[in-house]
Design a protein around this ligand. Structure first.
Ligand SMILES: [Zn+2]
Length: 119
């Protein structure tokens, strides 16, 4: 599995095999992670407050994505402002869980190196 697949499939950055998140049973389980990778033992939260950086990645990513979406809807499709923001809110609700998990996955992949010995 390559780096991009590992990030988008929420796999452990060190072995790219273990899952970063536990299966979701309810909305409150969005960020439930095992303490360590089941394959290589990599800690999923290497230090307290580790995922504060992911919050900034999420903020930057959603900010530019939403800005682009609004620009396309208003300028490209010439939709009225009310419809545009209705679509934006719906889009944000649909993307909430993937965005928050993707930001964490991206952050841990930026900070933990891949180790070929687990391949
Ligand atoms: Zn692992």
């Amino acid at each position: 599995m390559n780096l991009v697949q590992s990030i988008f499939k929420y796999k452990c950055p060190r072995c790219r095999k273990g899952n970063l998140f536990l299966p979701m049973k309810s909305l409150s389980d969005i960020l439930e992670m095992p303490k360590e990778c089941s394959v290589c033992g990599q800690a999923t939260e290497p230090e307290p407050g580790f995922y504060y950086g992911a919050m900034f990645l999420s903020y930057i990513g959603t900010g530019f994505t939403y800005l682009a979406l609004v620009a396309v809807l208003i300028i490209g499709f010439k939709l009225p402002l009310n419809y545009t923001f209705g679509i934006l809110i719906l889009f944000a609700m649909l993307c909430y869980i993937p965005t928050i998990r993707l930001a964490r996955s991206l952050w841990i992949h930026m900070n933990v190196k891949y180790d070929k010995k687990y391949n």
